[in-house]
Design a protein around this ligand. Structure first.
Ligand code: SAH
Ligand code: MG
Length: 216
């Protein structure tokens, strides 16, 4: 979405990450694991530092990159994260071990839509981060919103889907269907008056939705 030139410019201004973090980034690149891009994760971490969540729930661990970065940036936070791909799940455990973030991160293996009872044991959550199957965002949101604390925040990644949400014609059928799903999610999310939502055109598009308190 951002020009390649500007992306490189901003990335060059961002301080170097720890070697182990760079190693995870390199693994993701080599194995085509869709971890958050640098500008997106830096923006999200910044926002999280303002929120200071104690308890975070993440849907879509992949190889643990975002969970590990959150754990390192927020030493007082605990993170519960869910992944259904076994190879990625195991990679995540490996990197969590290596970054010594085991005390902060619990990884659950399985489909997020089937793990409610497990996840509930860790609730309530100050932040819920949705970064998994793009066609299921509304289902994830609806299933887990009861576990969100009052004033809690839902962060959804990839809501602009490489800009395809605004494209008139998309040739690839799978992409066309996904773009439609995400558009519907965005509209549904913006209609929810019990949340204040803003869509930030950072990374692949991030929606931030704060649940309004009872008194508002
Ligand atoms: N948050 C990660 C990237 C996640 S990529 C990071 O930025 O580092 C999305 C991941 O979600 C994939 O690894 C995929 O296997 C997983 N996923 C997709 N649908 C899922 C579901 N229903 N339950 C659990 N994991 C799911
Ligand atoms: Mg993502």
């Amino acid at each position: 979405m951002l020009s390649e030139e500007l992306t490189r410019y901003i990335e060059a201004l961002i301080p170097d990450r720890e070697p182990i973090v760079q190693e995870i980034e390199a693994y993701a690149k080599e194995h085509r694991v869709p971890i958050m891009d640098i500008i997106g994760i830096e923006a999200m971490l910044y926002i999280l530092q303002i929120i200071q969540p104690k308890n975070i729930f993440e849907i879509g661990t992949a190889i643990g990159y975002s969970a590990i970065r959150m754990a390192m940036k927020l030493p007082n936070a605990r993170i519960v994260t869910v992944e259904r791909d076994q190879e990625r799940y195991e990679r995540a455990l490996f990197y969590i071990e290596r970054t010594k973030t085991c005390d902060q991160i619990d990884v659950l293996f399985g489909d997020a839509l089937e793990l409610y009872n497990e996840v509930e044991k860790h609730a309530p959550f100050d932040v819920m981060f949705i970064d998994a199957a793009k066609g299921q965002y509304e289902r994830f949101f609806r299933l887990y919103e009861p576990l969100l604390a009052d004033g809690g925040v839902v962060i959804t990644d990839n809501v602009l889907f490489k800009g395809l949400v605004a494209a008139n014609e998309i040739e690839n059928k799978r992409w066309r269907q996904l773009a439609k799903k995400i558009r519907e999610y965005n509209e549904w999310l913006m209609r929810r008056t019990d949340y204040d939502t803003v869509i930030l055109p950072i990374g692949d598009g991030i929606a931030i939705s704060r649940k309004r308190g009872e008194t508002k």
